[in-house]
Design a binder for this molecule. Structure first.
Ligand SMILES: NC(=O)c1ccc[n+]([C@@H]2O[C@H](COP(=O)([O-])OP(=O)(O)OC[C@H]3O[C@@H](n4cnc5c(N)ncnc54)[C@H](O)[C@@H]3O)[C@@H](O)[C@H]2O)c1
Length: 332
């Protein structure tokens, strides 16, 4: 693990990316101290217990030091919990958020409170507690509708409240680096899929759960909209690289540079489900989603050059592994 990062505070650590990150951190160094702050609105303690034994902190939050995984069941909008939870942390990985465009359209104020106020609470807690490194999970949503490939220099024009709140988050990370020297890194993830995505509403996880339940797939629009699908292991390695990076105030696109239409991903997934599980799928088409981006893929030269990170998984291989994981481990 190196670089002295022993005490990891992970907000949203009961969710898909958090649980996957914790599994990898413990595989690399079993004696780390990991503290999760999660309000359990998305992930659950049971989800976290898939990868670690968990001590729930019910009365009082001491400074971090003890090895193992602790859970603080709290909301990131609570500033005083943030201040206590960050005491003793070497690194904060800020994953907790209102995730996704559609919930942000239903309640843009809640989206802003979680994704901007919640983030600033943890930046402030990092600054006041002398935390070394702060990694923020951003998204490709800040960019909005831009001709791909997008880079970190593409002008952002968000078309959803979610895109706006993530862009504001990036701005605050930059400001905390510029004003206080806090080593912040924002990672713009594209569309993440993989094992452990048990509750995700994103297209790969949703389609696999629907196929297992014998339900038809509904593609929003005509399926020609494209995404840059990235395997969870590549996201985890980017988070670890960002936590150890000496460069603060930076934003990186984290994706695969491969543009795939939703219809061709669905065809690939359908074929894999038939081969791996004898499962037949049916597809229908519905109206396009509001504020949906038509084309999305990103250039990752900066992450390759500065973080020394590169994605390792091809889509077909990653989907096969994901389907096998759901067939073996998933219980509705
Ligand atoms: N999964 C993707 O495809 C993807 C793509 C781009 C960006 N991201 C970003 O990565 C981060 C993690 O995503 P994920 O896929 O693991 O999401 P997830 O929904 O699986 O996990 C988020 C976790 O945060 C917790 N949470 C939500 N609001 C909270 C609050 N107010 N206070 C405390 N905890 C709260 C939830 O209970 C959940 O366990 C998010 O910030 C998301 O916006 C994800």
């Amino acid at each position: 693990m190196g670089n002295g990062l022993r005490n990891w505070l992970i907000t949203g650590g009961c969710g898909f990316i958090g649980v996957s990150l914790i599994r990898q951190l413990l595989a690399d160094a079993a004696d780390l101290s990991i503290r999760v702050v999660d309000n359990l609105s998305g992930g659950s303690q049971r989800d976290l217990e898939r990868v670690a034994s968990v001590r729930k902190l019910d009365s009082g939050i001491p400074p971090m030091s003890a090895p193992g995984v602790e859970l603080v069941a709290a909301d990131i909008r609570d500033a005083s919990t943030a201040m206590q939870a960050a005491a003793g942390a070497d690194v904060i990985v800020h994953l907790a958020a209102n995730t996704g465009v559609q919930p942000s359209l239903r309640d843009p104020v809640m989206d802003m409170e979680c994704n901007v106020v919640g983030l600033v609470n943890y930046l402030e807690a990092a600054r006041r507690n002398g935390v070394d490194s702060f990694v923020f999970a951003s998204s490709s949503a800040p960019i909005g509708r831009a001709e791909p490939p997008v880079t970190e220099k593409t002008v952002c024009r968000p078309i959803s409240p979610y895109g706006a709140s993530k862009l504001a988050g990036e701005a605050y990370c930059s400001a905390y680096h510029g004003s206080y020297g806090l080593k912040t890194v924002a990672l713009r993830f594209s569309n993440v899929y993989g094992p452990l995505s048990v509750r995700k509403g994103s297209v790969v996880a949703l389609f696999i759960r629907q196929a297992l339940a014998g339900e038809p797939w509904i593609i929003n629009g005509d399926g020609t909209q494209t995404r840059d699908f990235i395997h969870i292991d590549d996201i985890v390695s980017a988070l670890v690289a960002a936590a150890h990076s000496p460069h603060g105030g930076e934003v990186y696109q984290i994706s695969t540079q491969v543009e795939t239409s939703v219809a061709s991903m669905a065809a690939m997934l359908s074929d894999i489900l038939r081969r791996e599980g004898g499962i037949e799928t049916t597809t229908t088409f519905g109206p396009p989603l509001q504020a949906d981006v038509m084309r999305s893929w990103a250039d990752i030269t900066k992450a390759r050059q500065v973080l020394g990170w590169r994605p390792g998984r091809e889509l077909r291989e990653g989907l096969e592994e994901t389907v096998r994981w759901f067939l073996e481990k998933y219980q509705p």
